[in-house]
Design a protein around this ligand. Sequence first.
Ligand code: NI
Length: 390
Amino acid sequence: MPIVNRVADLQPAIQAWRRDIHERPELMYDTHCTAAFVAERLREFGCDEVATGLGRTGVVGVIKGKKPAGNGDIRVIGLRADMDALPIEEETNLPYASKTQGKMHACGHDGHTAMLLGAARYLAETRNFAGDAVVIFQPAEEGGAGAAAMIKDGLMERFGIEQVYGMHNGPGIPVGSFAIRTGPIMAATDAIDIRIEGLGGHAARPHKCIDSVLVGSQLITALQSIVSRTVDPLDSAVISICEFHAGNARNVIPHTAELHGTVRTLTSEVRALVEKRVHEVVAGVAQMTGAKIDLTYERGYPVTVNHRSQTEFAIEVAKEIAGENNVHEMPPMMGAEDFAYMLEARPGAFIFCGNGDSAGLHHPAYNFNDEAIVYGTSYWIKLVENTLAA
Ligand code: NI
């Protein structure tokens, strides 16, 4: 079965919501207008419950199927979209481009929100399922852990969510196709902040100094050896030191230096190993050079791990929508996604929906592809109707 017919009728409305949201990007937890827009639509559609203020600005809608779930069946399924934009100056020249300077929907969360609204409208209209469909609209996916904030506010227990599913658009994946994998699909992301205190002095008298620039250079090199010589070559890890700040004169050895970077890993074992080795390497370089080195290693989003049976289910649903040959197994990505927290709390799966040949995510010329709307929306609907079969 291809896309849901009724969704083709709803497409213009969903596209209009998407462009409306696109014009008014909001960052992190500051998604007040978007959340109000979402809550208003959900009430209009006749959702049985609309809850606001979870995770500060998150919104949840509950849609009850035409009958309750049978004994032993899954009763409640959660579908999640994200609402926040990015601090990027838009360069698309679209008629509906961002009206706010320095902010834009460069990750397609406008499309995610609109597609889930479209699914909510259809599900509230038809209710052709048994049990509850819970639509989740979260703030602060881009670095603020909005998903964790909603979970902390009782998202899973309050609505009795048993399984949870997420979707992201994928530039480079053809429109009308999906990509997914079981197991780790996106990386954990941790932050490294290092402050080196050496001993400053005259550039011509290095033997009287502890050169914080050289210490920093040694640290960067030694940290790279963790990936190449500690982590199993068949596992994945990235250590990128992307900031190195030191000095302000060509003839002065600077007293201090600062390094900032990120660590990406795909399993909790490799994550713990890299964290331990970063601490050891920093301590070793400090001992070797005599510098004082302060390290802050902060864990961010966990690994996004797709659960096997829910992923297999999601693949079947996606094939129903896109066709047998248009659902692809993808390699994991080293980017991070805070849907990881939801998959730690409940079984489920995260899928990529083709965005075609668009600019990449977080690029100033990126735009969500409205042609993907019918596929993403149909996927949500079928996921509910197949999971909660009436
Ligand atoms: Ni995103």
